[in-house]
Ligand binder design. Structure first.
Ligand code: TMP
Length: 451
């Protein structure tokens, strides 16, 4: 095909600067192939982090090509689906476990983000009781939530003294509608300056749930927190626990959004580096085992002296070997076995003529299905209570996601628990399925069938 006039003229006017830029971009593409699918060349901030990360990180796990874990899609979007290599590294210096290459945040967190916390009753209850506990304990006046989603935590605070930060536009609109000033941006030191310049006084409570582990540049994140925390303020955040993941073999905690899986050990190192210290830790059962970390500024007169929990957690992690690379090599072996066992079980059940579906179209199950190569040949459909996921297909595996109400579970012999962290809630709801001979399959802590 000949060149159009427009292209010919563009060709004639190519400058040396443009040529240099294209060569630079091509090289960058070769180094970070995940940017290729969308013709994107990573933003300079991301490239800098990726380069620095590579210096001293030891890779221990390769979960293969993965799509955006929470990007449920329509058939017409299949050809444009974005995939990247999901590999995991251990930093010998800080003991932090992170993804080898980060995915550009805007690809994951945007106005189409499908995880709507308020749709999950157990999580709404969790955030209500957390808010009540924090109000009782710290009596904060000015409150900020980073990653406020559709507001299940912040709704417990007065909109005149509480501020939200939420990069996903769909959720930012919800909290704005509830009367909370909402910054629809990523959490950075730049944003913290902007909030300051907008005249907000320092915050007594900065809270974040399942959000800090999404933030790729943790030094920037923590210094932004220090920038806006009042002298007596507390920064409280909760994220999945690395120790619980290692104990339970729940490798599906690893996906694009989870740039890091935190140990108390690594957080202790990173926070200290950024002028903050941990003074308390709660071990929680949510999300398959999380830690709630309480942080303050050091050397400042306050009632929050260091509590025994921090030393207990550090000791428990040390005795598990969380600071030792060998621990991660052993974990990787366990993950490979989990995959073999799950695929073997599902193939055998299918060969025996059984019908299998899945409950909970989770980000976690995106990792499992894509790592294990599971598609509609093994699992026919997934039910999920989240309206935004229904009628779409799951990322990568393209298994249809439907409303629970539209499925007669008695038509199926087995239900895989994509939301294994809600095992008890689901088993309780689906008693009739079990009474009719139905069985559940889970891969945590190891592949098994139960009823
Ligand atoms: P999460 O594990 O990331 O919290 O996601 C849980 C998903 O599972 C969420 O999309 C809602 C869905 N879910 C169900 O479909 N049925 C249930 O009974 C529960 C508790 C969750």
């Amino acid at each position: 095909m000949g060149l159009t006039d427009e292209k010919k003229s563009a060709y004639r006017h190519t400058t040396k600067e443009e040529l240099d830029r294209w060569i630079r971009e091509a090289k960058m593409n070769a180094e970070f192939p995940q940017h290729r699918a969308h013709g994107m060349y990573g933003d300079p901030r991301l490239d800098k982090i990726n380069r620095e990360k590579k210096k001293m990180k030891k890779e221990f796990l390769d979960l293969g090509r993965q799509p955006i874990a929470n990007k449920f899609l329509k058939e017409e979007e299949f050809s444009d689906e974005f995939f990247y290599d999901l590999k995991v590294v251990f930093d010998e210096d800080t003991k932090l476990v992170s993804l080898k290459d980060f995915v550009k945040p805007e690809l994951m967190f945007n106005e189409n983000y499908a995880y709507n916390t308020s749709m999950s009753t157990p999580m709404v209850n969790h955030f209500k009781s957390t808010a009540e506990m924090l109000m009782e304990e710290f009596r904060p006046v000015n409150v900020m939530e980073i990653g406020s989603n559709d507001g299940p935590f912040i709704r417990n605070f007065d909109p005149t003294t509480a501020v939200c930060v939420e990069p996903c536009g769909n959720f930012a609109k919800v909290t704005e509608g509830m009367g909370y000033q909402t910054y629809s941006e990523f959490w950075t030191t730049e944003l913290s300056e902007k909030i300051k310049n907008d005249g907000h006084v320092d915050f007594d409570l900065i809270y974040a749930a399942n959000c800090i582990c999404h933030i790729q540049d943790l030094d920037d994140c923590f210094s932004a927190v220090a920038n806006l925390l009042s002298d007596k303020g507390v920064f409280v955040f909760e994220d999945p626990s690395l120790l619980r993941m290692l104990e339970r073999g729940s490798y599906d905690q690893i996906y694009d959004e989870h740039a890091h899986v935190f140990s108390v050990t690594a957080l202790d190192n990173l926070l200290k580096k950024n002028g903050l210290i941990i003074f308390d830790v709660d071990n929680l059962s949510v999300h398959g085992g999380s830690n709630r970390i309480y942080v303050k500024k050091p050397n400042i007169a306050s009632d929050n002296t260091l509590r025994p929990s921090i030393f207990e957690n550090l000791k428990e992690e040390k005795s598990f070997g969380i600071d030792n690379f060998k621990t991660y090599e052993i974990f990787a072996e366990r993950v490979k076995k989990s995959k073999d066992d799950l695929v073997e079980l599902l193939v055998k059940l299918k060969d025996d003529g059984k019908r299998i579906m899945s409950i909970g179209a989770t980000s976690k199950s995106t990792t499992v299905f894509n790592y294990c190569g599971i598609s509609t040949d093994l699992i026919e459909l997934i039910t999920d209570t989240t309206k935004d996921k229904q009628g779409l297909v799951a990322p990568g595996s393209h298994i249809p996601v439907v409303d629970r109400e539209s499925v007669n579970l008695n038509d199926y012999d087995y239900a895989f628990l994509g939301a294994w962290n809600f095992k008890e809630v689901i088993a309780d709801k689906e008693r009739e399925f079990v009474e009719n001979g139905g069985k559940f399959i889970t891969h945590v802590p190891e592949v098994m069938v139960f009823s």
